[in-house]
Design a binder for this molecule. Structure first.
Ligand SMILES: [Fe+2]
Length: 495
């Protein structure tokens, strides 16, 4: 069983997707889906119970089967096994989905027509994962360079860009990025692609071009921020670890080498600077207006800049706990991989909160996390594009060029549905797996608990603000439960 959800009319609409060899017999929730893997018949739970899905299409290819709650807005996609918004069907994704559906219908006799078994991608050839071998800067990768599903063909261009563009200067990252892109190409189902026309999705909300009252963001402002803060932490994208004793000069040196197309072999470090605080001499002078009702159910924290160099890869992770992230892309070309914070996904990635990620775990997560969405941002088309990752959206990024985005942590009552899901997961994780765990080091235990305490503190700040009483009561209940959980944190976790 997998879980999905979407926001409709400001409310979270959850649903489940069940696969079994039988027709459904039990109870369900409006919009739940059931696939009989023997007969291939998809079922939908409507106001009269389980009914077989209406697989007819309108003249423009839009599925007739609508979601019983989000009538008209969400249409049933048998290939994606999902409810897709009307916008989806107006995009190339929708058209391609319809075309592949037509091809499938033409190729398979009606009696045997079934939903392709399993929605997970096919295995990646072992050669594609052989990322450790070879010391030559010449690419040593092999594996698929065509998409297993026609809707994902656009990723072939990304593979081409990664292997012929600036990331090819960085030996190790070249091969890692190829392995990740090939994992995407191996999906045998369409991967949702977000773009500037997507206003909302399971992972993020788009706000279009950011509202700004000051000057536009520039490299000079970014450098001013970099030099103003003496305690910036730099990460090594090879090891995925925070590096000690790295200065702004070290970072600038690597930046300059790559700008001059000097290859970076394994003896170097591909440095990345995350969480660079914005200062008055720097990015604060842009005077961005966050698109939130600050002070009325919304707390927005300090602005920071993330600066990565070509070939940088962040592995699947979440930022904070129950924390949304408002992002403004302003430089470079970057691919975002996004997964919604479903209970299934959160459980799969909780280990990343206490360990550092590696390529093998990243590839596993790409294969198994549900609801992947992709967002490819370029400087030309998406300068100052503003979007907000919903609380605990799992994400990882590939920088195709030197890239920057601004980020602001957000706790907003509009994300209460997602916050409740996250806090339920935290309660389950802490009590059943984190607290009893004797393998995790004390430092990591403490860091996780500190993040949780910070989340609870911020959401209490939200609760003190004036907003709708019903929502406030719901938030109060979640925070009461959080207090009970804090009371149960072992003393050693605070030591
Ligand atoms: Fe992040």
């Amino acid at each position: 069983m997998t879980y999905g959800s979407f926001t409709f009319a400001g409310k979270c609409v959850p649903y489940e997707v069940i696969e079994s060899g039988n027709d459904p017999t039990g109870i369900g929730r409006l919009g739940d889906l059931h696939f009989n893997t023997v007969t291939g018949v998809p079922w939908v739970f409507t106001s009269i119970g389980w009914t077989t899905a209406d697989l007819r299409r309108s003249a423009n290819g839009m599925p007739k089967q609508t979601h019983p709650v989000a009538l008209g807005d969400r249409r049933f996609s048998v290939i994606l096994k999902d409810w897709k918004s009307r916008n989806f069907w107006y995009t190339d994704n929708g058209r391609e989905e319809v075309e592949s559906w037509m091809r499938m219908q033409a190729a398979i006799p009606v009696a045997a027509t079934g939903v392709p078994s399993g929605s997970l991608p096919t295995a990646i050839p072992a050669a594609a994962l052989n990322v450790q071998s070879g010391s030559s800067p010449v690419p040593s990768w092999s594996g698929p360079s065509v998409a297993a599903h026609p809707s994902n063909s656009w990723i072939v261009n990304l593979l081409q860009e990664w292997t012929t563009g600036p990331p090819a200067l960085v030996e190790i990252q070249l091969q890692r990025g190829v392995a990740i892109l090939q994992a995407l190409l191996a999906f045998n189902t369409p991967i949702t692609r977000l773009d500037s026309s997507t206003s909302t999705s399971a992972t993020c909300e788009s706000f279009g071009i950011a509202r700004r009252r000051g000057c536009p963001p520039t490299q000079l402002l970014a450098i001013n921020d970099l030099l103003a803060e003496p305690d910036i932490t730099y990460s090594d994208s090879f090891s995925n670890m925070v590096e000690d004793d790295v200065s702004a000069a070290d970072f600038w040196n690597v930046q300059s080498l790559l700008s001059n197309r000097t290859p970076l072999d394994r003896s170097g470090r591909l440095l990345a600077a995350f969480d660079i605080p914005a200062t008055e001499a720097g990015m604060l002078s842009c005077r961005y207006d966050p698109p939130f009702n600050i002070g009325k159910g919304s707390v927005v924290s300090s602005l920071t800049n993330a600066w990565t160099l070509p070939g940088a890869i962040t592995h699947p992770h979440v930022d904070g706990i129950a924390c949304a992230m408002h992002m403004i892309h302003w430089r470079g070309k970057k691919l975002w991989l996004l997964w919604p914070a479903t209970p299934f996904n959160l459980k799969l990635i909780e280990h990343t909160m206490t360990t550092s990620s590696h390529l093998d775990t990243t590839l596993d997560l790409i294969r198994w996390l549900e609801g992947l969405e992709l967002l490819f941002l370029t400087q030309e088309e998406y300068f100052e594009y503003s979007f907000c990752l919903r609380p605990n959206t799992i994400h990882c990024c590939l920088s195709f060029t030197e890239s920057c985005h601004l980020g602001m942590p957000v706790r907003d009552i509009r994300y209460l549905d997602e916050m409740e899901v996250v806090m339920d997961w935290v309660d389950d994780w802490f009590r059943n797996r984190l607290f009893p765990n004797t393998v995790i080091c004390k430092k990591e235990h403490r860091q996780v608990v500190e993040k949780f305490l910070d989340a609870v503190k911020r959401w209490h700040e939200v609760k003190r603000q004036p907003f709708d009483k019903v929502l406030k009561a719901r938030l109060g209940k979640v925070l009461d439960d959080a207090t009970l959980l804090i009371d149960n944190v072992p003393v050693s976790f605070f030591a």
